[in-house]
Design a binder for this molecule. Structure first.
Ligand SMILES: *[C@@H]1O[C@H](CO)[C@@H](O)[C@H](O)[C@H]1NC(C)=O
Ligand SMILES: *[C@@H]1O[C@H](CO)[C@@H](O)[C@H](O)[C@H]1NC(C)=O
Ligand SMILES: *[C@@H]1O[C@H](CO)[C@@H](O)[C@H](O)[C@H]1NC(C)=O
Length: 310
């Protein structure tokens, strides 16, 4: 039955005028290696959401689930390490957008949002003189070369007050990067899912909804297909001696109400799932069940607090 119904599903977007789809795709199978166990987070996939395999210069760099009616992303999923493509990283001006959200026949690559307007997604002009930053979900600083440049697409951005954006980088993103490096040092990979939740009452240009909460969850574990891993085929780099060693899988999560004075808090992945009212963010990861979450939380506290000195 499954296979018989497939051709119908593939035709559906063409039959319904105005339906939104594109590299914008039906399911994430083409770029599933960005998810732990190749399984997307469960319980996020409701109405008016499009799936994007984020493609830039002929490589997939990460994955986004996007809310078209609020013109902001639910989450982006990515990995560390995973540098695809070449050249030094640079921030494009203006930022990119996803042409296939508006036109399924458009280019499958993210493109400059200059001179573009859209009924289904944010474009650079929506943020101009708004007083809000284009806050990255997948951070620019976590990667190198084209993979870093590809993070500067508006489908990976939520409006954030500047000071809150800066504090989120300090309180959460920099800690995630440290943990990802510790993880990589043990020969493992870090799968990260970063998202936004809960709307405020503010909309930029009466279009782009400002979310109330930013959150991120990470899982350090081994690749499910180490010999055929698109992220690891090229450019494997080492992390140097200045990090603690920790030879186990682990998970962790952070969230912040995006007000400058509100501190980011660390929580377990299970606690985050409960607050978001979703299913599993990771298919299987140490620290995400009632049996191992307390021990893992303590271990991660130790890793975060260990000075980068020995
Ligand atoms: C970045 O690109 C340069 C070539 O432009 C390449 O030599 C280098 O290995 C790349 N770095 C990574 C981490 O992939
Ligand atoms: C963006 O559009 C403006 C106005 O059409 C043009 O002057 C500018 O050169 C464009 N910028 C880029 C990077 O394409
Ligand atoms: C969103 O708001 C609801 C209601 O105030 C709250 O219970 C929930 O924890 C919030 N979600 C997050 C992720 O903070």
């Amino acid at each position: 039955m499954e296979t018989e119904s497939l051709p119908f599903l593939l035709l559906l977007p063409i039959l319904i005028p105005g339906a939104v789809q594109g590299e914008v795709i039906q399911d994430f199978s083409q770029c599933a290696w960005f998810f732990q166990g190749k399984v997307p987070p469960q319980g996020f996939d409701t109405q008016n959401r499009v799936k994007i395999c984020q493609r830039y210069r002929n490589h997939y760099h990460f994955v986004t689930l996007y809310r078209t009616e609020l013109r902001n992303p639910v989450y982006s999923a990515y990995r560390y390490p995973c540098t695809m493509g070449v050249k030094a990283k640079q921030r494009p001006r203006p930022w990119f957008y996803e042409p296939q959200i508006d036109d399924p026949h458009a280019s499958a690559e993210m493109s400059s949002s200059n001179d573009t307007s859209s009924d289904h997604q944010a474009v650079d002009a929506d943020y101009q003189r708004s007083g809000y930053d284009r806050g990255h979900l997948y951070p620019f600083s976590l990667n190198k070369n084209d993979s870093a440049t590809a993070t500067c697409t508006l489908t990976n951005a939520v409006p954030q007050k500047h000071k809150a954006n800066v504090n989120w980088a300090k309180e959460a993103e920099s800690v995630v990067l440290k943990l990802a490096k510790i993880c990589h040092k043990s020969g493992r990979l870090t799968y990260v899912v970063t998202g936004s939740a809960n709307s405020t009452t503010i909309k930029l240009k009466n279009k782009v909804m400002v979310p109330e909460v930013a959150w991120t969850a990470l899982c350090c574990t081994s690749s499910s297909s180490p010999n055929n891993d698109p992220c690891l085929n090229n450019h494997v780099w080492s992390e140097g001696p200045d990090l603690p060693r920790y030879d186990k899988d682990f998970s962790a999560a952070f969230k912040k109400r995006m007000e400058p004075e509100e501190p980011a808090v660390r929580l377990t992945v299970r606690e985050l799932q409960n607050e978001l009212k979703v299913g599993k963010i990771f298919e299987s990861c140490r620290g995400t069940s009632a049996d191992d979450e307390e021990e893992t939380f303590k271990d991660v506290t130790y890793l975060i607090e260990t000075e980068m000195s020995n």
